[in-house]
Design a protein around this ligand. Sequence first.
Ligand code: NAP
Length: 506
Amino acid sequence: MITGKNCIAGKFKAEGKTEFRTIDPKNNVHNPTVFLEATQNEVIEAADKAWDAFKVFRKQSGENRADFLNAIADEILALDKELVDMYMLESGLPEGRAVGERGRTVFQLRSFAKLVENEDWRENTFDAAEPDRKPLPKADLRKTMIPLGPVAVFGASNFPLAYSTAGGDTASALAAGCPVIVKSHPMHAGTSELVASAIVKAAEKTGMPPGVFSSINGGIQAGVDLVSHPKVKAVGFTGSISGGRALYDLAAKRDEPIPVFAEMGSINPVIITPKAIAKRSSELAKTYAGSITLGTGQFCTNPGLLLTVVSTDTEDFITELAKKTIAIEPQCMLHPNIKKGYESKGEQVTSQPGISVVGKYEGNLDPNFAASIIASVSGAEFLKNPKMHQEVFGPFSLVVKCKNENELIEIIDGLEGQLTGTLIAEKDDDLDLVALVDALQNRVGRIIYNGVPTGVEVCPAMQHGGPYPASTDSRFTAVGTHAIKRWVRPISYQSFPKELLPEHLK
Ligand code: NAP
């Protein structure tokens, strides 16, 4: 049963008086459970207990941490229908998505468990001593990775399971040996509490210290208190640019600045060459209508910007894309605020001079359902107006018609950092594909050839992060097992006797 309380070091409690409720976006009504925001004292208690737990948890063997992660996965599955129903109630997302996202969450937990079963992930590096080296002897040096300390995780609104309470940030931080304090997303506090209860059970079953996991409810102040706490040593965040940037600036101003790995906005440019349009216009229109509307466009990899060089086929392609996009049945958005944001950002972009709305869903809509939009503009107008470059979070895409390849490359060069860039082209294309790839790779974290950017595989070769503002540190990924590298730092042991070295360096 949902208590509406915070989970602090294994105990559900609430001292606070500030109440809130989640929303059922499909029916546009508040859900019955009353949640209580964490007080500053509760945030301090969670951080202090996480620090105490860190002293023990960081010394657990990789096998023990793997057992803990696998137990979390088992407990999440054991929640069964209760979790799926709560997910659907609080997000408006359908059952198939709930079950699929739960599968992804469990897969991530098990992938990190497998990764830390042995110590290779620490990139252990050995330099043998050379006592007779002239003019100076060389010391024995052994380098490894150690955990940073307690990590604050901000759950994402658009992934109530896979990037929230036991999502990729939490799984990778626990795998590294870092306790986690989650600031649950207020839109799905019930889903978060159920997952928190699964983590608490798993910690008890596998003998982990209680402070290894806490989850607090609350608004902006709870997040600020958490990131400001001196015992919190790193932050994981998925959400808006304004939220991620505020937390990044706050962390940088602390007496001891800490890293903030924020994954934020992206419009994910897709270059479609005239030759590709000439050869497969209908197929591309169908595929992209599906990608633009997938999950009501509420994915960080949603293709919000399509770039092409004008040809005789361009207008027909855009018209067909618009027709196919608005023919897809509108879906519910995650929350009234997300719907409001979609409408106001969409209005801001489409009211800019030179933009035409080629297609917009005009049928009746329930309150939180989104009308998909395809708009178009010339390359020259796009180049001079940065207001057109912003993310419209929802089923929206802007097609930019460039006069030639030079203008296309100038546009790519002028884009902000992106999670992904896609190239749709033919083998014998007329455009210089090498030049396009060269321009794209400077702006993005992942390049896709003849595909769609939506659908992020969880595997070691995945890069999910890109130049700012796609993420705050383009050297790291938020998806895949390399995500563990965000929560560790290198340390070298010089001239150490074997008995004082960590086991894996002996
Ligand atoms: P958000 O507003 O950035 O919120 C994410 C989390 O951070 C919430 O827990 C929020 O708390 C907290 N937060 C936000 N600003 C903060 C601040 N200044 N200080 C401390 N904590 C702060 O994101 P959202 O609620 O998920 O969605 C809002 C918009 O963000 C969307 O409409 C969309 O435009 C964008 N978004 C983009 C992506 C993407 O992947 N590109 C993903 C999700 C959302 P409160 O809720 O209490 O404010």
